[in-house]
Each structure stands twice: as structure tokens, then as C-alpha cells.
Design a protein around this ligand. Structure first.
Ligand SMILES: Cc1ncc(COP(=O)(O)O)c(C=O)c1O
Length: 385
């Protein structure tokens, strides 16, 4: 078995502790969904799902059928909601696997009914309600049509209704989220007036779970917080403004590689493609076998740092497809195959997903979700509390 050039260590105990902190926010009868779509935000879906279920998660949230099949194949029998779109031809298989399906069109509801009838098993559906994000979702008019379908059809069970907030993480002013919440409540009460009581409404993501208990309804859907990351600076600030003791979340992911070459370069030499960096002194470079093919963003060129021997080593030149060069002139005794931390902690120093996001002009969600999909995820249990 070849030795990996880059690998990811996941602290299962951090995931468990983070999730328990969310669980403690919830009333007894409010369910907790662990959102494990996108390979559990890059952490590895199956082991994360198993960890989450051991730590108090009641439901799992995925984006599409293939992810749900993988979870069922592992023997996971807990409720799973597909949050994204399920094509017509996959509906029967999804219903057969007892998956809950998000539906956001009349056509899909009709197709789900046909599929359910065909396999003689009821379809358990969650309608996605359009409250102002304007992506998947039924508006008022379509909801009225959908309600009529549910009333008359023995093969359809309207188990849930949900929505997602457009900018709850982006601001400390939550007027828009509040407007979405009241639209959602109005849509539910319109259904009620129509004789339909939805047993499981849900709206809250991590930021909503932290800030607004009114968003909980019967379940919260926690993603980023479970992985130990705050949804945003604004969410943290909003928690402080509301005199809430901010949750102590522990990032679960550390991404590592090794030094593949150490070399001395004289002053006045260029480093890497495009000759974008010129040495100003006798420089020691460490060459790392990691690049944008591994999800190490090219925007980190001449901007990011890595950790070697507990010190920050700045990136020199452009990030290549499979290699990156870092300056270790001021870090004594760097040698071949020294361990390098790309994301996470080493000897008291830390590179956070937020800092990487800043360098790469994105958000912490994207940083973790795009970490090398081919690299091994090694789960371990720390002593974190
Ligand atoms: C529909 C839905 N619910 C919940 C979540 C979880 O959000 P967060 O990671 O902010 O907790 C997401 C994430 O994108 C989502 O799309």
C-alpha cells in the first residue's frame, strides 16, 4: 500500500462534543438532524454519520439519493432526508429505502405518488417552501395545488415542510430571516386552514439553532457547527450581542502532508510557475506534494501559510497542480518527510478554515468541503470535552 502524500485526520470526539452542545440547546422533543451532505462537508460521510448518530443525532440530512444509498448500505436505519432534488426515475428506489424526500414541484409530487403506488409503499414527503431564498421551493400558489394532491392521495404522506434562510449567516441584522420565518409560519397555517397539519416542520440551520429558538419547530438541521466551525463572524457577533454564551466549538479536521524536498536557493531566483516570486535573500524552500488537484486553492499562491515544526511557513510562488513551495528559511532543521499541517493545529500554532477562506476569498464551508476528496480520512478520538 503506497504511503499517502496528504491525509486528513478527523477528531470524532470533537464532532460528538459539538453535536451534544447543539442538542443541549434544544427542547426535549425537538429532533436533531446531522447534515452530512457533501461527504459530511469534506469530513467523510459514513464515519461522520455513525459518530453523529452515536452522539445524539436523530436524523441525517443528505443532498441526493446516492449519498442516502451509501448510508443505508452501511446498515444505518435512522430517518434520512434527501434535502436536494430526486429525479423521477429514482423516486421508487428512494421510497423503497424508506428515505424522506424533499419535493418542490407538482410534477415530482405526482411522480412520487405513481412510484409509491407501483411499489405499494407510501412516499414520505417534505415540501420545501419558498420563503425568499429563491432556489428549490414551492410558492403559495403551488403549495395550494400540492395540498390538493396530498388530500386526495393515499400513497402520499406529507410528513414535513421546510425552508432555508438566505442570509442568516451574513449579517447581524436578521430582519430578512425573520420575514422568511413568518412567511413559513403563514404557509403552515394556510395548510392547517386547508385541513392539513404537517407533523414535522423544520427551518433551522446552525446559525438559526444558535440564535433563534423560534426557528426550531420540530427539528433543527445542523451542518457546519457539528464540524466545529462557526457559520460566520456575524453569527458569533450576533450570539455575543444577544448575551448568549457562544458555544465552544472544536474544529474536527486537520489536513496534513509531508516535505518532499528541502533546497537552498540564492537571492534573486524566481520560484514556481509564472515567476511570481523572487527571492530577496538566500532562501530555504520546502517543496510539498500538494496542489490545486487536491483542493489546495490556487488563490493561496504567495498568500497562504502552512505549519512546519510548529512555525508558519509562507507560500512562495504559485500553487501548482500537485506541488507547492514554502519558505522555511527561518525554521531551523526542516528535513525531508517532516509533517506539515495545511489546516489545523501543530504545536500550539493553528491555521483555521476561516483564515484559509480569507486567503482563498471564500467561506469556511467551501474550504472544508473541497479538501482532497481522494485523501484518506483517519478518524480518531481526542480527549476534547
Ligand atoms: C437545506 C439545508 N439545511 C441545513 C443546512 C445546514 O446548514 P449549516 O451548515 O449552516 O448548519 C444546509 C446547508 O447548506 C442546507 O442546505
Amino acid at each position: 500500500m503506497p504511503i499517502a502524500l496528504s491525509w486528513i485526520e478527523i477528531d470524532a470526539n470533537a464532532i460528538a462534543c459539538n453535536l451534544r452542545k447543539f442538542k443541549q440547546l434544544l427542547p426535549e422533543d425537538t429532533k436533531l438532524m446531522a447534515v452530512v451532505k457533501g461527504e459530511a462537508y469534506g469530513h467523510g460521510m459514513v464515519p461522520t454519520a455513525l459518530t453523529a448518530l452515536r452522539s445524539g443525532a436523530d436524523w441525517l440530512g443528505v443532498f441526493h439519493l446516492a449519498e442516502a444509498i451509501e448510508l443505508r448500505k452501511e446498515g444505518i436505519i435512522s430517518p434520512i432526508l434527501i434535502l436536494g432534488y430526486t429525479p423521477f426515475d429514482n423516486l421508487a428506489q428512494a421510497i423503497d429505502l424508506d428515505l424522506r424526500l424533499t419535493v418542490s414541484s407538482i410534477e415530482t409530487i405526482q411522480a412520487a405518488s405513481k412510484a409509491a403506488k407501483l411499489i405499494r409503499k407510501k412516499a414520505q414527503l417534505h415540501v420545501k417552501l419558498e420563503t425568499g431564498t429563491n432556489r428549490l421551493g414551492l410558492d403559495d400558489q403551488l403549495l395550494e395545488q400540492a395540498a390538493n394532491l396530498f388530500k386526495d392521495d393515499q400513497w402520499l404522506v406529507l410528513e414535513g415542510a421546510h425552508t432555508h434562510y438566505a442570509n442568516i449567516e451574513d449579517t447581524t441584522e436578521h430582519d430578512y430571516a425573520k420575514k422568511q420565518l413568518s412567511r413559513f409560519s403563514e404557509m403552515l397555517s394556510r395548510l392547517r386552514d386547508d385541513g392539513i397539519e404537517v407533523p414535522r416542520p423544520h427551518t433551522a440551520c446552525s446559525a438559526a439553532a444558535i440564535l433563534f429558538p423560534k426557528t426550531y419547530f420540530s427539528m433543527v438541521r445542523v451542518g457546519i457547527g457539528m464540524y466545529g466551525l462557526w457559520p460566520s463572524k456575524e453569527t458569533y457577533l450576533s450570539a455575543l450581542q444577544r448575551q448568549k454564551d457562544p458555544l465552544k466549538l472544536t474544529p474536527a479536521m486537520t489536513w496534513k502532508t509531508i516535505v518532499a524536498q528541502v533546497k537552498r536557493v540564492p537571492p534573486g531566483e524566481y520560484v514556481g510557475y509564472g515567476c511570481t516570486y523572487k527571492t530577496t535573500r538566500e532562501t530555504t524552500l520546502a517543496v510539498l506534494p500538494i496542489g490545486y488537484a487536491n483542493g489546495y486553492d490556487r488563490l493561496l499562491s504567495n498568500r497562504g501559510h502552512v505549519l512546519i515544526r510548529g512555525e508558519r511557513a509562507p507560500i512562495r510562488g504559485r500553487v501548482c497542480m500537485n506541488l507547492v513551495m514554502v519558505d522555511v528559511t527561518d525554521i531551523p532543521e526542516v528535513t525531508l518527510e517532516d509533517e506539515v499541517v495545511l489546516l489545523g493545529q501543530q504545536a500550539g500554532e493553528q491555521i483555521t478554515a476561516e483564515q484559509m477562506a480569507d486567503w482563498a476569498q471564500t467561506i469556511n464551508y467551501e474550504i472544508v468541503a473541497r479538501v482532497d476528496p481522494y485523501a484518506q480520512r483517519n478518524f480518531f478520538e481526542s480527549e476534547t470535552e
